[in-house]
Design a protein around this ligand. Structure first.
Ligand SMILES: Cc1cc2nc3c(=O)[nH]c(=O)nc-3n(C[C@H](O)[C@H](O)[C@H](O)COP(=O)(O)O)c2cc1C
Length: 206
């Protein structure tokens, strides 16, 4: 992955907004241009889970997220999900694909059925039609058959389905280690080099 074209990152209204925020932190700290699409329903969960005020104004979202991450950068562009005229809406706008973290079951259903009626689902639809990488981080448990069928359909279309589940072999001791494991796996799926978690390597017993 190069840093020339932007990556689209969407945060939808599922638990685990931290995953989207931490992917964003990695991308910005590593020089990736990022176009962030915020689901209009995510503000409540972001506030409840992280104390992060997303509001309905993108200038405020832009400022609050960078303050939250203690970052200053020109590489972040924020879009609201009703801005269907935004860059990620068009296949002619070049990107390195899209990550949706967390991805609600509602948004996964809409994408798997081609319902591209807001910017999150339209941008994902564009990635599918342009054969660009698309990674979803589904957050729900337990999963019903509808959820599983929708994800199977997307997986068959080449979408990376990366649930926020960590491997205990990675010597996870804290919640932060677990989150880093998941972020590392999301970035791996999107072929973005990272050392966020301890990778498995076999050691001979002495
Ligand atoms: C506190 C809270 C937590 C939620 N967590 C999830 C979740 O983890 N997964 C999910 O699929 N929906 C979850 N929902 C329901 C979604 O927010 C709802 O389906 C919404 O319509 C999704 O909107 P979006 O996909 O446009 O962002 C949650 C709702 C609330 C209020």
């Amino acid at each position: 992955m190069n840093t020339k074209y932007p990556i689209i990152l969407a945060i939808t209204a599922a638990s685990g907004v931290v995953y989207g925020v931490r992917v964003l932190e990695f991308l910005l700290k590593n020089g990736y241009k990022t176009e962030l699409v915020i689901s209009s329903k995510a503000y409540y969960i972001a506030k409840y889970e992280l104390g992060l005020e997303l509001s309905h104004c993108k200038e405020t979202i832009h400022r609050n997220i960078l303050n939250f991450l203690k970052l200053k950068t020109e590489n972040l562009k924020v879009w609201l999900d009703d801005e269907l005229w935004a860059n990620p809406s068009s296949g002619s706008y070049r990107t390195q694909g899209m990550i949706i973290a967390p991805a609600s079951m509602a948004v996964i259903s809409a994408i798997s059925h081609g319902h591209a009626e807001n910017l999150v689902t339209r941008a994902a639809d564009v990635c599918l039609k342009e054969k660009r990488p698309l990674t979803i981080v589904p957050r729900e448990t337990p999963l019903n058959t509808i959820h599983l069928e929708n994800m199977l359909k997307l997986s068959n279309l080449g979408v990376n389905v990366v649930p926020p589940v960590f491997g205990h072999y990675a010597k996870i001791k804290t919640l932060d280690d677990g989150i880093n494991f998941v972020i590392g796996k999301i970035l791996d799926a999107h072929k973005i080099n990272n050392d966020l978690y301890e990778r498995w390597h076999y050691e001979e017993e002495k």
